[in-house]
Design a protein around this ligand. Structure first.
Ligand code: ADP
Length: 466
C-alpha cells in the first residue's frame, strides 16, 4: 500500500508537540511492516536542508530519504514559510495561516500529480492538512488520477481547529454550498470541521479520546459533527520510537541505564540536580515536567497548590515554552522557591532527555489529553507519571494501587491533585514499594508495533470503503 503522510510537523524536521513525534515515528514503523510511505511538509526556514541531505528535484520542491526508503518532500514558498515560527511568533498566530496551509494542501495534491505519484491513502493530521480531503472531494472528484485515493484524518488535539473569520472564506474558492455544509462554524469557518466531514476515515490518538470528543465536555464545539461519524471514529494509541527514547543506549543522557540496573538512574538524577542548581540529594523526590506551557497542561492547577506543595520535601524541574502568563508564573515560582523549583523556559530536546531520565516522577495534570507522549516517555525511563484520569492517560497509566505504573487523580480539584502527590511521596519513601512501581513502568510497552498494525487495518478498511 502506498501511503502519504501530510503533516505540518514531522520529527526530526519541525516540531512543536506530540504530533511531530507521531508523524516522524509512525511512518518508520509502517515501513517496517512493508508499507510504502512518502511524507510531505512545508519547507520552513527552521529546517536545515543541508544537514538532512535535501536535494532540489524541481522548482521549490526538495527531497530527502528517511528510514530505509521513505521520501520526504519539502514544499517551499518563501512568502509563507520563510519565517522563524511554524504557526506564529510572540505576537500570536500569523495572520495569513489560512493562506499558508491552504497553499500547503493544494500544492501537495498538485505535486502528486506532477510526480505521477499515485497513493492509496493520504493520511492528514489536524487542521493544517485538513483541506486535503476537501480538495479531493470538491475539486478533484472527477480527476481520474485520484479516483482510488482515500483520506484518513487524524485528530491530535481538538482544541486547535483552524478557525478563521468568514470574510476569509473567499480565499478558498469552494463556494457557498460547501461553506454551509462543511465550513460554517458559529459564523466563522473551521478547517478541521470541513476536513472531518470530507475525509473517508477519521482517527484519533487514543480509544478514550475517541469517546470523549463526542461529548460536550471535550468536543470543543465539534461534538455534533463527530457524533455524526460516531462508530467510524477509530482511536489508536500513539506509540513511541523506542530506538530514539532509550535509556539503555541513547547518547543524550550521561549515564545509560536499563531496568536491570535502575541504580544508574540515580546518577542522572544527581547530574540533573547539579545542572539546574538544586541541592544534590538522592532522597528528595524530584518531579519533572516537560511540556508546552498552555492551559491544557494543568499549570493553573499546579499554581493553586504551589504554597502547600512547597511545604513538602520535594523538588520540581520544569522545561517548557508557551504562553507568556505561564512563563511569568514559572518564573515567579523559581524566584520564590529557589531551593525547590528550577525552570528552563525553552524548547530543548536534549535537556528533555535529562529531565525524563533524572526525575523520579513526571507531573502531567492535563485538563484534557488526547494521548500524551510524555507519560509514555517517562515510563520508558522508569520515571513514574502522576496524571489526571483523562484521555490517553486513562489508556496508558494504571494506578499503582491496582498493581500499576503510576499515580492517578480522578477529580480535577487542587485537593485531589495535592493528595495524589502526597501519596506518591509517601510511597517513594518506601523504597521496596516504589521500586515495584518503577518495575511496572519499565515493563509497559508502548512501542509502535501494535499501533502501526492497527493503522494498516484502518487503511485497509478505508480502501474497502467501510
Ligand atoms: P502535546 O502534543 O500536547 O504537546 P505530548 O505529550 O503528546 O503533548 O507530546 C509532547 C512532546 O513534546 C514530547 O515529546 C515532549 O518531550 C516534547 N516537548 C514538549 N515541550 C518541550 C520542551 N520545552 N522541550 C523539549 N521537548 C518538549
Amino acid at each position: 500500500m502506498k501511503i502519504a503522510f501530510c503533516s505540518s510537523e514531522v520529527v526530526p524536521f519541525a516540531k512543536t508537540g506530540g504530533m511531530a513525534d507521531v508523524c516522524g515515528s509512525l511512518p518508520l514503523a509502517l515501513e517496517k511492516l512493508g508499507q510504502d510511505i512518502v511524507i510531505v511538509l512545508p519547507a520552513y526556514s527552521c529546517i536545515d536542508r543541508q544537514s538532512f541531505g535535501f536535494t532540489q528535484i524541481r522548482d521549490h520542491v526538495f527531497q530527502a530519504i528517511v528510514g530505509k526508503n521513505i521520501t520526504v518532500y519539502l514544499l517551499e514558498n518563501e512568502k509563507y514559510f520563510q519565517r522563524p515560527g511554524l504557526y506564529g511568533d510572540q505576537n500570536g498566530d500569523y495572520s495569513d495561516n489560512l493562506e499558508r496551509f491552504d497553499f500547503y494542501c493544494r500544492r501537495t495534491l498538485e505535486l502528486f500529480k506532477e510526480l505521477k505519484l499515485r497513493v492509496d491513502i493520504i493520511h492528514c493530521h489536524d487542521w493544517q492538512s485538513a483541506l486535503i480531503p476537501v480538495y479531493l472531494k470538491q475539486k478533484f472528484n472527477r480527476d481520474e488520477f485520484f479516483k482510488d485515493t482515500k483520506t484518513v484524518l487524524s485528530l491530535h488535539n481538538l482544541a486547535y481547529q483552524g478557525v478563521f473569520s468568514a470574510e476569509q472564506y473567499k480565499k478558498l474558492h469552494f463556494g457557498e454550498k460547501v461553506f454551509a455544509d462543511a465550513f460554517e462554524f458559529y459564523g466563522k469557518i473551521n478547517l478541521l470541521k470541513a476536513g472531518i466531514i470530507h475525509s473517508d476515515c477519521v482517527a484519533t490518538v487514543s480509544p478514550q479520546y475517541a469517546r470523549e470528543i463526542q461529548t460536550q465536555e471535550f468536543g470543543c464545539g465539534l461534538e455534533g459533527v463527530l457524533q455524526a461519524r460516531g462508530e467510524t471514529i477509530i482511536g489508536i494509541l500513539n506509540g513511541l520510537d523506542y530506538n530514539y527514547w532509550d535509556p539503555r543506549r541513547e547518547s543524550y543522557i550521561e549515564y545509560n541505564y536499563a531496568p536491570e540496573n535502575p541504580q544508574h538512574k540515580a546518577k542522572n538524577k544527581a547530574l540533573l540536580q547539579k545542572k539546574v542548581k538544586l541541592p544534590v540529594n538522592s532522597r528528595v523526590p524530584l518531579f519533572g515536567f516537560v511540556s508546552r506551557l498552555s492551559h491544557q497542561k494543568g499549570i493553573d492547577l499546579l499554581d493553586q497548590i504551589m504554597p502547600q506543595l512547597m511545604k513538602l520535601d520535594i523538588q520540581l524541574v520544569f522545561l517548557g515554552v508557551g504562553e507568556q502568563i505561564y512563563h511569568q508564573m514559572l518564573t515567579r515560582w523559581a524566584k520564590q522557591y529557589p531551593d525547590k523549583v528550577a525552570i528552563d523556559l525553552a524548547f530543548d530536546e536534549e535537556f528533555s532527555h535529562f529531565v525524563y531520565a533524572g526525575s523520579d516522577f513526571f507531573l502531567m495534570p492535563s485538563v484534557y489529553e488526547p494521548c500524551g507522549l510524555s507519560q509514555l516517555i517517562s515510563m520508558r525511563y522508569g520515571t513514574i507519571p502522576v496524571v489526571y484520569r483523562v484521555g490517553g492517560l486513562v489508556d496508558t497509566v494504571i494506578p499503582y494501587d491496582q498493581g500499576g505504573n503510576g499515580f492517578v487523580f480522578i477529580e480535577y480539584t487542587p485537593k485531589a491533585f495535592l493528595n495524589v502527590i502526597k501519596e506518591a511521596i509517601n510511597i517513594y519513601s518506601d523504597s521496596e514499594a516504589f521500586s515495584q512501581i518503577v518495575a511496572q513502568a519499565f515493563k509497559a510497552n508502548f512501542s509502535w508495533e501494535s499501533s502501526a498494525r492497527q493503522y494498516v487495518g484502518l487503511y485497509n478498511q478505508c480502501l474497502k470503503n467501510l
